[in-house]
Design a protein around this ligand. Structure first.
Ligand code: PEP
Ligand code: MG
Length: 381
């Protein structure tokens, strides 16, 4: 949103970027600089405290357990999952491997990468999301020509079902990696049940081919889908019969539901995690999944916002998946509350019609129950 930054800043200037408030200070005064240095020190101390939680489980005070996974874009990031105490990878965005190459990676090149990620995680699960190319993720050599409305265009599963050659090569590589650890597969941008059925059929074809070629793979690899379009929310009960898990992609779900482009700074204030329509959609998706006894995670940026994390606990989501460094903070929130009081909170927030009322209620609750300076050492183990 800092459109004029480069007309204001010159080489050699001192700049403070404050991610908490979303502000940039150019050439700060000595006082501002020392205030921020103190803030950095305070933040580091808080981080050190939170890191004590790495080996603690994510359970509420009344023993309701949640799973916390990490989102990864690149294989080199696996170490961070373990450093921050993640229980596995809830979303591996495989398209970044394609974006980082200058040509289409072969099945063997992909297999090597998926296998190394899988092996480095030991028996922890990794959910490989099949390529979500399109939208804002353009891969030049795949001929992603300009579209008038790319987020509503040829992306995710739509791309894969029309480029079956690319899709099958990726699936073969992931299935082969499944012989080396705990692998799951997830399809992005599902809007129609036919897409799920076709993707499953292609997985069966791939398995039959691998069997014929005498490759090792796990035939029980779980297949799941991302719930990130309003259509998938509406069809969640039918979708839940077809797959082993859901993962709600709130980044896209919010943009499509509120009709607010996730990257447009002019309307960023309208992009609201806690809009009542989003809370209703989350609730109905989670209920549909639980009715069919399948787990449901959230892998959008919503998991990096403490207020939203609390709402997700209240709504009984099973799994959180987020940037690795956020994992300890989510654990802290979970370990500071009772599931019982969260159930009561959700009944209150479902009555509100505006985002601001919901935020106020959650903020008050969070302030009262989750202190801003945690005393991790005295938390129950
Ligand atoms: C999402 O849409 O929430 C998501 C996790 O996927 P991506 O951000 O890659 O679109
Ligand atoms: Mg998405």
């Amino acid at each position: 949103g800092l459109e004029n930054l480069f007309s204001v800043v010159e080489t050699g200037d001192t700049i403070i970027i404050d991610g908490n408030t979303g502000s940039v200070v150019v050439n700060p005064t000595a006082k501002t600089l020392s205030d921020y240095e103190a803030e950095i020190k305070r933040f580091k101390e808080l981080e050190d405290q939170l890191l004590l939680l790495t080996h603690y489980p994510a359970v509420t005070l009344d023993n309701k357990e949640f799973k916390i996974y990490a989102n990864l874009d690149l294989p080199e990031e696996v170490g961070a999952v373990l450093d921050y105490g993640g229980q596995g990878v809830g979303l591996f965005r495989t398209e970044y491997f394609f974006i980082s190459q200058e040509y289409l990676p072969s099945e063997d090149e992909q297999y090597k990468m998926y296998r190394s990620v899988t092996e480095n995680l030991g028996d922890r699960p990794v959910i490989f999301r099949t390529i979500d190319i399109g939208g804002d993720k353009i891969v030049g050599y795949l001929n992603n020509s300009a579209e008038l409305n790319p987020f509503m265009g040829w992306r995710g599963i739509r791309f894969c079902l029309t480029r079956k050659d690319i899709f099958k090569a990726q699936l073969r590589a992931i299935y082969r990696a499944s012989a080396h650890g705990n692998v799951k597969i997830m399809f992005p941008m599902i809007a129609q049940i036919e897409e799920v059925l076709q993707a499953k059929e292609i997985c069966e074809e791939v398995q039959a081919e691998l069997k014929r070629g005498r490759y090792d793979f796990n035939p029980e690899v779980e297949l799941g889908i991302m719930i990130e379009t309003p259509s998938a929310v509406a069809m969640a009960d039918a979708m839940a019969k077809e797959v082993a898990f859901f993962s709600i992609g709130t980044n896209d779900l919010i943009q499509y539901t509120l009709a607010v482009d996730r990257g447009n700074t002019k309307i960023a204030h309208m992009y609201q995690n806690l809009h009542p329509s989003i809370i209703r959609f989350l609730k109905s998706t989670i209920e549909a999944a639980h009715k069919r006894k399948i787990p449901v995670g959230v892998c959008g940026e919503m998991c990096s916002d403490p207020l939203s994390v609390l709402v997700l606990i209240c709504l009984s989501v099973d799994e959180f998946s987020t940037g690795p460094s956020m994992i300890p903070e989510i654990k802290r929130i979970i370990r500071s509350v009772t599931y019982d009081e969260c159930k009561a909170l959700v009944r209150r927030i479902l009555r509100y019609r505006t985002t601001s009322e919901i935020e106020r209620e959650i903020e008050d609750f969070l302030k009262a129950r989750v202190p801003s300076t945690p005393d991790i050492e005295s938390m129950p183990k």
